[in-house]
Design a protein around this ligand. Structure first.
Ligand code: NAD
Length: 477
């Protein structure tokens, strides 16, 4: 059984209970993890509190940064091993798992090199006063992360927190936490002091809930469903602590009649099928100007038909869905679309030698999807693309902003003024012009509005999210 990682040591959960881990590739159980609960979270928070007051707080920012960069290098040194763990745990293609591990390393390089570049400010004030604004860590940060990009999410949330001198307690998703456990070991070997990073595996309603409501946690970050996000925010409010939420999306890809379709079409397909659509920023709606609707949809359909779904080793485009429950949820959504009269325009195919009991779903393209259909508004979190025609610029913007979400969008047009107009009218955290996602972009601030959440992670801005200002006023005359 995999243990919990608390205060630099491997420990079994106080209750001794465990959780089976199922392979999305075959449906078989291949491991067990510890079922951490309230008492384990409490031990982890105490260890983090001790660490944040101890030698960790005395380390110069440069030394913290150096340590983070060393951790990033260790991740790269173990790239093959970590990618195999990630692919086995999540089912994603090996090529994607390798990119995810490289991104994990990149977070530690980026924030390691930024740790000593967060400068304060000096405020001109009345004669005889010197006023400084300095940035300080929050203290103990609780991180609750999901299963879709376990390695990337881990790096995204803990690297900036640690760079600013916080200590972290992480509750990874019960469905995919193996990489975070191995990572904790590597970080400790690289020299991270005991208690600075603690990993408590377990169910959300037990370990996750205990972490988000713990009275000695100073800040919470959460990535996952809007429903659980509401619970996290309520728990943070009870303790009056800061909370950053990243909750998903129904991201639009806008295609105008002057777009370069040779570039747009492959990007449109890639934006929905990456990670089998299990991506908060998946481009799950393609909005197409009506006079080129047929042409675009025909070309997108052609590409959909070439997609292969299979195991990580099969060089497929899509892996399985993470769990049986999630598989059922996506399949039921597709069944519901079919029952409502939508006809699939195109589907991918299964790769040869598909394991029998894995959770595989073919990428599916539907269109034209009526604007009030649930597929036009609700997140599927699977490889399902909804195509919707629009009339003109105003119609496109209204449609793009017409869901409860606001996270990422792309705009495909050669008209420079239109690119700028639309980018400014889109409600969300990132807009890509004639591209999508830009390869993940550790450097690019990311986050949502409305049901997609609030707060920003990634980029230099995350260092501000994970730190507090203090104003120091010195009267010297
Ligand atoms: P979830 O929100 O239930 O789980 C995400 C994390 O929150 C996991 O670590 C889980 O253990 C934890 N959690 C669950 N209940 C909790 C609670 N009461 N208190 C504290 N922590 C809790 O997501 P899911 O069930 O794994 O997936 C369901 C849906 O969530 C998906 O269909 C998708 O729409 C969305 N989702 C979004 C993202 C994203 O990147 N935004 C990631 C995963 C899932």
């Amino acid at each position: 059984m995999e243990k919990l990682f608390i205060d630099g040591k491997w420990v079994v959960a106080v209750s001794g209970d465990s959780i089976p881990v199922y392979s999305p590739i075959t449906g078989d159980s291949f491991a067990t993890i510890s079922r951490g609960k309230e008492e384990d979270v409490d031990l982890a928070v105490k260890a983090a509190r001790t660490a944040v007051k101890g030698e960790w707080s005395k380390l110069a920012a440069t030394d913290r940064g150096r340590l983070l960069m060393k951790i990033g290098q260790s991740v790269l040194d173990h790239l093959d091993e970590l990618a195999e763990i990630e692919a086995k745990d999540t089912g994603k293609p090996m090529s994607l798992a390798r990119k995810d591990i490289q991104a994990l390393a990149r977070y530690f390089e980026f924030y390691g090199s930024a740790a000593d570049k967060v400068h304060g400010q000096v405020i001109p004030y009345m004669t005889g006063y010197a006023v400084d604004i300095i940035r300080e860590p929050y203290g103990v940060v609780g991180h609750i992360i999901p299963w879709n990009y376990p390695a990337q999410m881990l790096g995204r949330t803990i690297a900036p927190a640690l760079a600013m001198g916080n200590a972290s307690v992480v509750k990874p998703a019960e469905d995919a936490c193996m990489t975070s456990l191995r990572f904790a070991e590597l970080a400790t070997e690289a020299g991270l002091p005991s208690g600075v990073l603690n990993i408590v595996t377990g169910y959300g309603y037990e370990a996750g809930s205990a972490l988000s409501s713990h009275p000695d946690v100073n800040m919470i970050t959460f990535t996952g469903s809007p429903q659980v996000g509401t619970l996290i925010q309520a728990a943070a409010a009870q303790n009056h602590v800061k909370c950053v939420l990243e909750l998903g999306g129904k991201c639009p890809q806008l295609v105008f009649n002057d777009a370069d379709l040779d570039k747009a079409v492959p990007a449109i397909v890639g934006a929905i099928v990456q990670n089998s659509g299990q991506t908060c920023s998946a481009g799950s709606r393609v909005l197409i100007q009506e006079d080129i609707y047929d042409e675009v949809i025909t070309r997108v359909a052609e590409q959909f038909k070439t997609l292969r779904v299979g195991s990580p080793e099969s060089a497929s485009d899509c892996g399985p869905i993470i769990t049986h429950a999630q598989f059922k949820r996506v399949q039921e959504f597709i069944d519901d679309c079919l029952a409502s009269g939508l006809t699939p325009l195109a589907e991918g195919k299964y790769a040869n030698n598909l394991p029998e009991n894995g959770y595989y779903i073919k990428p599916t393209l539907f269109g034209p999807v009526p604007r009030d259909h649930r597929l036009a508004k609700e997140e599927v979190f699977g490889p399902v693309l909804a195509a919707i025609p629009f009339k003109d610029e105003d119609d496109a913007v209204a449609l793009a902003n017409g869901t409860d979400y606001g996270l990422v969008a792309s705009v495909w047009t050669e008209n420079g003024a239109r690119q700028q107009r639309i980018a400014r009218k889109i409600e969300g955290g990132q807009v890509f012009i004639n591209c999508y996602g830009a390869g993940g972009g550790v450097e690019l601030p990311f986050g949502g509005v409305r049901k997609s959440g609030h707060g920003r992670e990634k980029g230099f801005l995350a260092l501000e999210e994970f730190s507090l200002t203090k104003t120091i006023v010195h009267h010297y005359e």
